[in-house]
Design a protein around this ligand. Structure first.
Ligand code: AMP
Length: 509
């Protein structure tokens, strides 16, 4: 089944229902949304040779046309490759090349500037006459091209543990299963609801579109096209029944803004949070200020939005004896998956004993795009090895304790130390580099780099900042540098990151 059938069906059953809003401006009902997607899809097919399986990349901030163009690609059986618009141009270009995308949708924003595209990829700007003509120039509205459930729909690029991002292959069936379990485990959705795309469509927030399209709800893109707490509170008051996804650091900013402007989040229906750990004190604060609007999910690109969840009622009931333990966990397995905690030989561990979290179910990815080695390492015996460490308690609640993949989560974005270390190591003056996360009130964690300068060379913070700026996305750049004589190592020469983290907590002298 083609996931775009859901849009076609909404256009047939409720053509006049409001669908797309930019801030407070209604920009299209379900019939128009569907007609535009179908028309652009046909244009992609005829003028740009987009066929079933062809990859089409996206690099821009959230906007209405983003949603329309995504559906256009699915309409004709293509595969979308949404790219994080905060990546460096070199990183984005690598993804375009790796996915062999033949079309790239962008706008006039800075994201695609300085991007060198391969000859095989054509850029289409969604803020030009060309796109307008594509929107209107198709034949009569016709249904999406039929697709098998295991056909590829979305290549979801995650940061790589080995320095390069990996393309998670999500099928139409994965996206259907993910959306069905949303209504079972996360929230009910009706045609009266609205979803706010305050987090990037290329990542978490984009995945929420499906269930809201299926139910004929409204899709609201904030005028700022990003996460602005005051704007969100305003929009909620105007639109009512507004739900959004927010990383824990964003929840904190939203709550702080509500407190500062003495507002209570009127109009917000649900805040779905996840992507990184939420401190209990912050959750309690959020419940006090905004009320019972919170639902937590734990997932990853490889099983999107669907590993465990903990719902509104449970989080609200602070008189429950087990509230603290449960609220600090990531909840219980969602309906479409099985979750286990295992040792290195894939044996189940007793409750309370930490091990690797593994997942099996219909939401689990097909594998990594053209990366059999990584696929073999991650999908073992039919189970997805998440790289997250945690334990299950006797009631089936999962608590995450650590990450085996060494990832730093800053402002809800994953940063793999290896990626930053490789950039630093490419600088001629650096002999050794190690990158770790340090707790930060504002970002959850922030990147700190320990560097050893080669004998006879000299290098300062400004030089390293300029170097990183030329090589990687701004959010991945170290916020702080520690220059040292040598890095602490074990007898095998492995850098002891735990020691580096301890040094940050207790600086010498
Ligand atoms: P991504 O693939 O970018 O969505 O990142 C997924 C990773 O974020 C997971 O493997 C976890 O390490 C982390 N994560 C996701 N949700 C949660 C959560 N609710 N609590 C703590 N960590 C989370």
């Amino acid at each position: 089944m083609n996931i775009a059938n859901w849009l076609y069906s909404a256009a047939m059953t409720a053509p006049g229902s409001p669908a797309l809003l930019s801030g407070n401006d209604l920009r299209g009902n379900y019939l128009q949304f569907s007609q535009h997607a179908s028309a652009i899809g046909h244009n992609l097919q005829h003028d740009y040779k987009v066929e079933p399986g062809t990859r089409v990349a996206f690099l821009m901030k959230n906007r209405i046309e983003y949603l329309i163009a995504l559906y256009a690609v699915w309409w004709v059986g293509g595969v979308t490759v949404p790219i994080n618009n905060r990546l460096h141009a070199k990183e984005a270009a690598w993804i375009i090349e790796n996915s062999e995308a033949s079309v790239l949708f962008t706008d006039a924003g800075p994201d695609s500037q300085g991007l060198s595209l391969p000859d095989s990829c054509t850029q289409i700007r969604v803020d030009t006459d060309i796109f307008d003509a594509m929107e209107d120039g198709g034949p009569e509205l016709s249904p999406p091209l039929p697709r098998e459930m295991d056909a590829l729909a979305w290549l979801f690029y995650t940061s790589g543990t080995t320095g390069r991002p990996k393309g998670v292959m999500l099928t139409h069936g994965n996206l259907v299963a993910m959306s069905l379990s949303y209504t079972m485990d996360v929230d009910d959705v009706t045609s009266q609801d609205a979803f706010l795309y305050a987090a990037p469509i290329s990542h978490g927030a984009g995945l929420y579109n499906f269930v809201h399209v299926r139910k004929g709800a409204r899709h609201v893109i904030p005028a700022s096209r990003g996460f602005e707490p005051a704007e969100i509170l305003d929009l909620a008051e105007q639109h009512d029944r507004l739900s959004l996804f927010a990383a824990p650091t964003m929840v904190k900013r939203l709550v702080d803004e509500a407190k500062a402007s003495t507002r209570d989040g009127r109009g917000i229906k649900s805040v779905i949070y996840g992507g990184g750990p939420m401190y209990l004190a912050d959750l309690e604060d959020a419940l006090d200020v905004l009320g019972p609007k919170f639902i937590q999910i734990y997932g990853q690109g490889e099983s999107p939005m669907t590993i465990t969840s903990i719902g509104r009622e449970e989080l609200e009931d602070r008189s429950h004896l087990k509230w603290r333990e449960r609220a600090a966990s990531v909840g219980t397995a969602m309906s479409c998956v099985e979750v286990r905690v295992v040792d290195a030989s894939m044996n189940d561990l007793p409750s309370g004993t930490p091990g690797e979290v593994i997942v099996r179910g219909q939401t689990v990815m097909k594998g990594y795009w053209r990366n059999e080695k990584a696929t073999r390492e991650t999908l073992a015996e039919g189970w997805l090895k998440t790289g997250d460490i945690g334990y299950l308690n006797a009631d089936g609640y999962l608590t995450l304790t650590d990450r085996s993949k060494d990832v730093i989560i800053s402002g809800g974005s994953n940063i793999y130390p290896r990626e930053v270390e490789e950039v630093l190591m490419r600088h001629g003056a650096i002999l050794e580099a190690a990158v770790v996360g340090r707790p930060s009130d504002k970002w959850g964690e922030e990147v700190v780099a320990f560097v050893v300068i080669r004998t006879g060379e000299s290098c300062d913070v400004e030089t390293l900042e300029a170097w990183c700026k030329s090589e990687i996305a701004s959010f991945k750049k170290p916020k702080h540098y520690e220059f040292c004589e040598a890095l602490p190592k074990n007898s095998y020469g492995k850098i002891l990151k735990t020691e580096l983290r301890a040094q940050l907590k207790h600086p010498a002298g």
